[in-house]
Design a protein around this ligand. Structure first.
Ligand code: NAD
Length: 419
């Protein structure tokens, strides 16, 4: 019995079962690896601008504490519930272990549509959420970061609120902060850059020339817009992009720098051009060399998996592919090379780790140093995943997750069971 429910949590459980079976993990060892160590639900009341009071439910889940503090983003979205947050915390654990970071996974969030709040209301909610979390988090316990619906400004409010209660500035309590508030150079771009870097590694492996190839990107927020821009800068024609307001398609290639400027000034792709509109439901099946889902989870189900027309599926989002779709993609391995989410978007947590290290040391690096070290860790993880998938003839996701799960399991076994 568990209190975690919902389709996203069930997906994390199913994925784990595949790996646990593959690794022949005994039944009695599975719950200790899978079930989150701690979770908290909080009510966050705020004054609305119209004078009324509203209460929003917030969550934080810490998956395991075996390798160090937990680490994970904070999501503000109307879908957020305890099960979704728990699944995302579990995925963070396998991701951190895969890339070799001294963290367990965590995740948090508030069930809210942030676009319905004024800036003052958003600040009040962000500060109240952090205040409610103070007994539960800390620079050596659980370190927060941005995710869907949150950004650098919200991280700065989190850091300021925590610091006010401690009576001193504690920059290392969150990552993804603005550089002016103790953030690191290269964090905002880290996830999208990492996605593009790994696309290049996959293209080299498949002997695809990226210059002149085509890409499609779903989601045009932090991850999607930077990934699109990086691919564009590598000479890739980004032919379709989408966000929650709609989709754009131009077979000759979209003007990505202009779209990035539009999205950052307007907040979305809306209003860019009606001439280029595409049915958003079709974006994932547009024929292309590189497909980057960078929006929300479970967008590629079995039906879509069978219809994908890309050579490389670079999972910028967390959990974009369902276990049913995985079975189809596993059978289509020779046609579609999957860069699984826990590898593909791990550049974000890698640079968050660098930010935490720099904050603890009060010693800051140049952006080139941040990028060099990010790509080094990503290359190492990519090589390990590829060696494992080739060596044991495995689906890339199975290989990546097996490496992550094995590391957590190994640490638990070495430390033993207390008391
Ligand atoms: P964001 O809020 O900055 O952007 C999300 C984008 O997705 C927006 O453009 C939004 O309009 C779009 N979107 C939402 N619903 C959509 C839908 N149904 N169809 C098409 N587009 C839709 O969020 P982000 O930080 O870019 O995160 C995107 C994904 O990447 C999430 O799955 C997140 O967990 C994952 N991720 C983010 C980071 C990070 O560093 N930000 C790191 C690792 C993974």
């Amino acid at each position: 019995m568990t209190s975690y429910r919902g389709p996203v949590f069930e997906m994390a459980v199913k994925q784990f079962e595949v790996i646990a079976n593959y690794l022949s993990i005994p039944d009695d060892a599975r719950p200790r690896l899978l079930l989150p160590k701690r979770s908290v639900t909080v009510s966050c009341p705020i004054h609305r601008d119209d004078g009324t009071t509203a209460v929003f439910e917030g969550y934080r889940v810490q998956h395991h504490l075996t390798l160090g503090p937990t680490k994970g983003g904070t999501r503000f979205a109307p879908t957020v519930d305890l099960g979704e947050v728990a699944a995302l915390a579990i995925w963070m654990s396998w991701k951190c272990a895969l890339v070799g970071l001294p963290y367990g996974g965590a995740k948090g969030g508030i069930n809210v549509d942030p676009s319905t709040l004024s800036k003052r209301e958003l600040e009040a909610l962000s500060r109240r959420y952090m205040q409610e979390m103070i007994p539960f988090v800390g620079p050596h316990t659980d370190v927060m970061a941005p995710d869907l619906g949150t950004n650098e400004q919200i991280m700065a409010w989190f850091m300021d609120t925590y610091s006010m209660y401690q009576g001193q500035t504690v920059t290392e309590i969150v990552t993804g902060k603005p550089v002016s508030a103790g953030g690191t150079l290269g964090r905002r771009e880290a996830t999208g850059r990492g996605v593009a870097h790994l696309v290049r590694r996959a293209a080299d492996e498949l002997k695809i020339r990226l210059n002149g190839s085509t890409a499609v990107v779903q989601g045009f927020g932090n991850v999607g817009s930077i990934a699109a821009l990086e691919l564009h800068n590598m000479g890739v024609k980004v032919i379709a992009v989408s966000d929650h307001t709609g989709a754009l398609y131009r077979p000759r290639g979209l003007d990505i720098p202009q779209l990035v400027r539009h999205a950052s000034s307007q907040g979305s792709l809306d209003g860019y051009s009606n001439e280029l509109a595409l049915d958003p439901a079709e974006i994932l099946t547009v024929p292309c060399d590189v497909l980057v889902p960078a929006a929300v989870e479970r967008v590629i189900d079995a039906g879509t998996a069978a219809k994908l027309r890309c050579r490389i599926l670079a999972e910028g989002a967390n959990g974009p592919t369902t276990p049913e779709a995985d079975r189809i993609l596993e059978a289509r391995q020779d046609e579609v090379f999957v860069i699984p989410d826990i590898l593909c978007n791990s550049g974000g947590v890698v640079v968050s780790y660098f930010e935490w290290v720099q904050d603890l040391q009060r010693l800051f690096w140049e952006e080139e140093e941040v990028m060099r070290r990010e790509y080094q860790l990503l290359d190492r993880a990519f090589d390990r995943v590829l060696a494992r998938s080739k060596g044991e003839n495995l689906f890339n996701r199975t290989a990546a997750m097996a490496i992550g799960v094995e590391r957590v399991r190994g640490a638990k076994e070495t430390r033993g069971l207390f008391p």
